[in-house]
Design a protein around this ligand. Structure first.
Ligand SMILES: [Zn+2]
Length: 342
């Protein structure tokens, strides 16, 4: 885990000693500089947290699913992107005059790995939680934050499974409806999810890479840009698992030889990853600031989880994933009952 927004601990302690005792609403960072107005929640003490102006503090909660990404990419690929983007977004928001940023520790829990596409529910690299577990985790954190007075929360948890995004959307809606604040599952917005990892490809690359889904040219390029030391260099000879539509990808993933990714990873370059990153950052930071500054009502923006209800193969996959989760839940409940713990 990286820690990028910190100021020297002695400075925090000194400022807290002088500010928190006397003026409860004083934000510690305001006394240092505008660009350092970002805080890591895990490093703050009770007095420091109490001193934050909750009406002018944006909480960022990064997530990261543990999900197989085949033999060339790390299991935490989505999380590395989320971590870097959270860092960038924190700096962008904190550079505005009106906002401070509080960064929650990354939550490495997500729902429905790409292996579900092949109906292979156990796969090395995937360690997911059930839909309702993920929703409960974020509802619980929403409750804690709101009852302490926080009003603005962004979840940064890019992962392309529709159910994953629905769980986070529902937790965010719970916060917004119940506590009259704004909690946004940023990467669950359709514009954000559909353009994730995207940059211009040649016609030949489009044909070889096929439908963008998981791994492939786009995500491998992004990892070459973000965490090049974690990309297995044999990606340059990776066999493509490409298809132009979802039904084809499902049939590919069901085959025994499927390696856990789609598309053509051998086409990946760090340069493409950088272009996609820059495109994403431009769009997502603009979207986030427009939401915060009331230029856009997030309730009017199309959501990926809703949009994907139009795709019949995805609706089927989502229902099968939930069926498997029900099986796991029943096993757990049976055991708990047998031990009189339930
Ligand atoms: Zn991924």
């Amino acid at each position: 885990m990286r820690s990028k927004y910190t100021i020297a601990l002695p400075v925090i302690i000194l400022l807290t000693f002088f500010s928190c005792n006397s003026e409860k609403q004083q934000v510690p960072g305001k006394q240092i500089s505008k660009t350092k107005n970002t805080w890591q929640l895990k490093e703050l003490n009770t007095a420091q947290i109490s001193s934050l102006d909750k009406n002018k503090t944006v909480v960022l909660i990064p997530g990261g699913i543990m999900e197989e990404h085949g033999p060339y990419l790390p299991s935490f690929s989505d999380g590395y992107w989320n971590e870097k983007f959270t860092d960038t977004l924190a700096k962008t928001i904190a550079a505005e005059d009106s906002w401070s940023v509080l960064v929650f520790p990354l939550i490495p829990l997500g729902n429905s790995g790409a292996n579900d596409i092949g109906m292979k529910y156990s796969f090395p690299g995937t360690y997911t939680v059930r839909f309702e577990t993920l929703r409960s985790v974020f509802m619980d954190i929403a409750t804690e934050l709101s009852e302490q007075g926080f009003k603005y929360v962004f979840i940064i948890h890019a992962h392309g499974a529709p159910n994953h995004n629905r769980a986070l959307d529902q937790a965010a809606d719970y916060f917004s409806d119940t506590y009259k604040g704004k909690m946004i599952n940023l990467m669950g917005l359709n514009e954000a999810q559909m353009n994730w990892f995207e940059a211009a490809k040649t016609k030949e690359e489009e044909t070889e890479d096929g439908m963008k889904m998981h791994g492939g040219m786009s995500e491998t390029s992004s990892m070459l840009y973000i965490v090049p030391h974690l990309v297995n260099s044999h990606y340059k000879t990776a066999v493509p698992f490409s298809g132009q539509d979802m039904d084809t990808l499902i049939s590919i993933a069901k085959r025994p030889e499927w390696m856990g990714y789609f598309g053509s990873e051998r086409l990946a370059t760090a340069k493409y990853g950088e272009e996609a990153w820059n495109n994403n950052i431009k769009m997502l930071t603009r979207l986030s600031l427009d939401i915060l500054n009331n230029k856009i009502n997030p309730d009017t923006l199309p959501r990926f989880g809703d949009f994907m209800k139009q795709s019949k193969p995805d609706v089927l996959l989502d229902s099968l994933s939930l069926k498997e989760e029900q099986r796991r839940k029943e096993n757990q409940e049976q055991w708990l009952k047998s031990k009189r713990l339930f």
